[in-house]
Design a protein around this ligand. Sequence first.
Ligand SMILES: [Zn+2]
Length: 409
Amino acid sequence: MRLHFPQMIAAAMTTLVVLSGCQAPPPVGPGPDHAAICDEQLVIFHPPSPQWQPIAQETMTVLRAGRQTAHDDFGLENPAMGLVLVSGGSGSYGRGVMAHHPDQDRQVEVFVMPIPDAGQLAAEIRNGNTMLAAGTPSLQAARHIAIFLQVHEMLHVLLETQLTPDAFHLWLNEGLAEYFAWRTAEVHAPDALPGFLDDRLSELSKLPPDGTIDFLAWSAADSEMLRRLALPDGEVITFGWSNGRRVNEIRRAADVARAAAGQFDGDRAEQLRRDAQLWDEWVQTVETAGGPGHLRLSSDDDRTRWGVYAGLLALFLEMDAAGLDPRSLIDSLRNTAYARLETRRDMDAAGEFHEINGLMLTATNDRILALLPDVDGVPAADLVRRYPVARARQVLEAQRSRLMAQARP
Ligand SMILES: [Zn+2]
């Protein structure tokens, strides 16, 4: 899970503030109370209490494993980086701040990983439970959490710092991150795989079994979620992931944008009309497109989000079996031909637009979809647009059966 644009905006604002000589806002990073463990390349900041130390050690172990995968399989470099463990699982994930490496007198890039209360997590590990699946031995519990949250997040950092584009469409970014975590676990922590599959299958079961996921529509919707629209009466609609209000909010925003367009002229009015049209299309896509059984992705975000991730993992595992080579895909994506300069706009409460220019690696670009392998004669592009929930379940259950067969003496 990532929040992309708010951090880009925050980073851009920080840059501007620094350039103009003002005091930068305090970064989201390790606080003065954080302790740290480190090696030559990694630093893990954690709250100082003893119960955090095994969590920090396990984090160090799996991040090293992830970096090995990043180098060997994905062809990525592994710059010095840090991770801040913070209490509170419902907090937002983030990155993009620099922090001082306590032992090496240098700055490292830091991404922030909220974890549920350390005492609770330590107890889960001791009791052989996990946040993701119950009834597994203690080391597996820690590995579940570390690999499938922390290693996953690390890939976002590596991609966004080493590829030219500033932003990816969500399905590609998240699909690659899930796939990356899977490949890391396959080599370095295979004992973590069954519990992880159980978790993803249980998330998948929250989606309509005859549903079909349109990953492109889901991605487009996510981008729109990060916009804000100021209403003439001063209210600001902020789209968000929580509470499953997306469809209604976007429908309302489209109505409001159309009405507000009349108050402006020129480009601004035109842009508002285009926004309204885009949002109308999105609402139509999630509600009606695709015929019977088409998944209403946004009927309840908290309920569906991880099921969609399970679908992405299944899709990438299918492409993997069909010959997907992540290194060559990443190499292709380094080519700026696959990115395009996009201007994103945010409207503040006063009705003023702020433009943010960035290179978007647009996954709707047919040339990117063409980089992916066919699966049993079906172009991956078709699967990305229409992936049955039942098919995802079949793929993940087959993986689980394979692992169970391997585990038998
Ligand atoms: Zn993610």
